[in-house]
Write a protein that binds this ligand. Structure first.
Ligand code: SF4
Length: 688
């Protein structure tokens, strides 16, 4: 058989694309990736994968991979050896810290990297440099969901497992293009809906596949989800349909919460959302008649001025109806990247240590100070949104960023690029020369998931191991080794020989991972946090209590923050999101032949009404201009969108990149950019 060829190797890995966390065997022969073979024992996906997990691996052997450190010389880069690059970084970081203090520097971790690498990035920032200026890109997507859950139920993750979603009697999907963004998870919902009589309600601007399949689909006005969610909750309370014993025994704050709902009448909701109240009442009735309800949401909810509040409203609704702590029920913020959950879990956040312990908590801080032998600032650091402002203000002078294309994925990128240009010293670590890396002083070549060991945490809080299938290409190295080299250049004396030792350290410090070890994660084994000291994990949260001192959840009153208003000339609402075939801006998927041939270019979805009004055909080239910048893109006419709402997939690295249009306005509680609140004017540049 093929396996008799000794060069053929089979290695268990975890998908490096989305947060579903599919795991599978990858077959390689030398550097050639032969195939991806899912295994029945894979906990999140069994024998399923989507097109990205199956065919999206060519990027690993792309000719564009960085294989040597690069050092800027004037306008260009020259190749360098590691020693020279690391010496330069040591010298610059040391000078910077001396001249301007630790808080003049900032660190950005990556949700593409492993848990262990996220842990080390925050340890470098806090334990070696002495600043809490560390963050990761969950700030661009899911931090508002985490905030909404922290406020109400105390853990910032999916409350159950993907299998719980399958068991739900009713699934509600809000602002998530699940079948394209989380394909394998969507397949499970589709199956339950088709075979088990599961009901499906979808709320979205755009009529995507899940909307087509749903029993009830609503298209609320942009940025108004919080209104219908709160009105439905109020209606349930007014009818006396709340879960009284759950509220009495397990939840605080009911009276204040009821008082806060006063304005959210059905009439008000109809007016604000444009949804007929009969439909909203139908939703309330469906929730009432279902024993278990799971609510799934994503960036259509979070990327707004009130993203945290809308996430909170979802959790409030689940609390009122007793939909926590039982199989089939709960909150499911669907995590975007493969390890966006883990990047935050392991402490790359300006206000949290690993396991979400607070930086402002003296006892927690002193635990870390004693272990690391340093002093850690008592105040939270800058988040990545604040970092950009601080560079413009002149307070922040150096950045070390790994595995993230901030210059493309942050909002208002013209403003971000101007900040990069102002930095005194900028280190970017990546597998490609990204748009961000073009601004760097030093670029360090990192190794992707197939070339290293470590763990990822998927959307259901599941920690899974990946094993090394290939050697790092050229002189590239795993991120954890590079961070250790930098720390040691600064005198840290770290001596990790394998990521398992980093995990052991994190487990010994953070109660959330107390019992996590590589032994318990061997092969296809996995653990869902919190993991007790004896290794017992938690597939379903909140069965007996919520993680607050009195064990009770908290209803948290919210208000509606109306979406950004634009001048009349910006009359087109620009929704944005993912496509099945590509991942985010497409840095990795555009380098995979099998994928690019299917969907080579980005396009703008335009409604038949708007096309008719403006004389647009398929292929017409238009320019969209917002107050912040412009994009050029070809049109595709489709009834997935309606009226003056257009949809621009985010998979473009050039003239069509959505973030030329977005603003610096952000969620008021977490600073997550309000990517979904964009309006623009549209001009035709070239007929078809
Ligand atoms: Fe990878 Fe997500 Fe596709 Fe699974 S569903 S194969 S994790 S991209």
């Amino acid at each position: 058989s093929a396996m008799r060829d000794e060069r053929i190797k089979k290695t268990k890995t975890v998908c490096t694309y989305c947060g579903v966390g599919c795991s599978f065997d990858v077959w390689t022969k030398d550097r050639k990736i032969l195939k991806v073979e899912p295994q029945a024992e894979a906990p999140a996906n069994g024998i399923s994968t989507c097109v990205k997990g199956k065919f999206g691996w060519d990027f690993v052997n792309s000719e564009e991979r960085l294989t040597k450190p690069l050092i800027r010389e004037g306008e260009a880069f020259r190749e360098a050896e590691w020693e020279e690059a690391l010496d330069l970084i040591t010298r610059k970081f040391t000078e910077m810290k001396k001249a301007h203090g630790p808080d003049s520097m900032a660190f950005i971790s990556s949700s593409k990297c492993t848990n262990e690498e996220s842990y080390l990035m925050q340890k470098l920032a806090r334990g070696v440099i002495g600043t809490n200026n560390v963050d990761n890109c969950s700030r661009y997507c899911q931090t508002p969901a985490t905030m909404g859950l922290f406020r109400t139920v105390g853990h910032g993750g999916d409350s159950g497992s993907i299998t719980d979603i399958e068991k739900a009697e009713l699934v509600i999907i809000v602002g998530s293009n699940t079948s394209e963004s989380h394909p394998v998870l969507a397949t499970r919902v589709k199956r339950s809906h088709k075979l088990n009589g599961q009901k499906l309600i979808v709320a979205d601007l755009r009529k995507h596949e899940m909307a087509d399949r749903s029993d009830l689909f609503i298209q609320p006005a942009p940025g108004s989800d919080i209104v219908w969610l709160s009105a439905v909750t109020k209606y349930i309370l007014d009818q006396g349909w709340e879960d009284e014993s759950f509220l009495n025994n397990r939840v605080n704050g009911l009276d204040d919460y009821i008082a806060s709902l006063e304005t959210f009448t059905m009439d008000y909701a109809e007016e604000a959302t444009g949804i007929k109240k009969e439909l909203l009442i139908k939703i309330a009735e469906e929730i009432h008649s279902s024993k278990t309800v799971s609510i799934l949401w994503a960036m259509g909810v979070t990327q707004h001025l009130g993203g945290s509040d809308t996430s909170t409203a979802i959790s409030n609704l689940l609390l009122i109806t007793g939909n926590y702590g039982k199989p089939g029920a709960g909150s499911y913020p669907l995590r975007g990247h493969n390890n966006v959950q883990g990047a935050s879990d392991f402490g790359s956040m300006p206000d949290r240590f690993p396991g979400y312990e607070k930086v402002t908590d003296d006892a927690v801080r002193s635990k870390y100070e004693q272990r690391w032998g340093v002093k850690i600032p008592a105040e939270p650091g800058l988040n990545n949104h604040e970092m950009i402002s601080a560079v413009h203000d002149g307070h922040l002078k150096a950045m070390y960023l790994k595995g993230e294309d901030m210059g493309l994925v942050d909002s208002n990128i013209n403003h971000v690029h101007a900040a990069f240009e102002k930095l005194d010293f900028f280190v970017v670590q990546d597998i490609f020369l990204s748009r961000t890396a073009e601004f760097a002083d030093v670029v360090l070549p990192a190794a992707p998931s197939l070339e290293k060991e470590g763990t990822f945490t998927n959307t259901e809080r599941r920690v899974q191991r990946l094993y090394q299938a290939l050697e790092p290409l050229g002189d590239s190295k795993p991120d954890w080794e590079i961070i250790m080299d930098i720390a040691n250049g600064l005198g840290a004396g770290w001596s990790y020989s394998h990521p398992s030792e980093i995990m052991a350290e994190a487990a010994s410090l953070s109660p959330l991972y107390a019992g996590v070890s590589y032994e318990l994660l061997e092969g296809y084994k996995s653990l869902q946090w919190p993991v007790a000291k004896d290794g017992t994990d938690t597939p379903l949260l909140f069965i007996d209590e919520f993680p607050f001192p009195d064990g009770k959840a908290r209803l948290f009153p919210v208000v509606w923050t109306k979406p950004l208003q634009f001048e009349e000339q910006y009359d087109i609402h620009v929704n944005n999101g993912r496509l099945l075939e590509h991942f985010h801006e497409g840095n990795m998927t555009y380098k995979s032949e099998g994928i690019t041939s299917k969907t080579p270019n980005v396009f703008l979805e335009v409604s038949p009404e708007l096309a008719k009004e403006r004389g647009i055909e398929n292929g017409t080239l238009v320019r969209l201009t917002s107050p912040y910048g412009n994009v050029k893109v070809e049109c595709l006419i489709t009834d997935r969108v309606r009226g003056k709402e257009v949809y621009l997939p985010m998979n473009d690295t050039g003239d069509g990149a959505i973030n030329y249009l977005t603003s610096s306005h952000a969620d008021k509680d977490t600073d997550t950019p309000a990517y979904k609140e964009v309006s623009a004017k549209m001009e035709i540049l070239r007929a078809k």
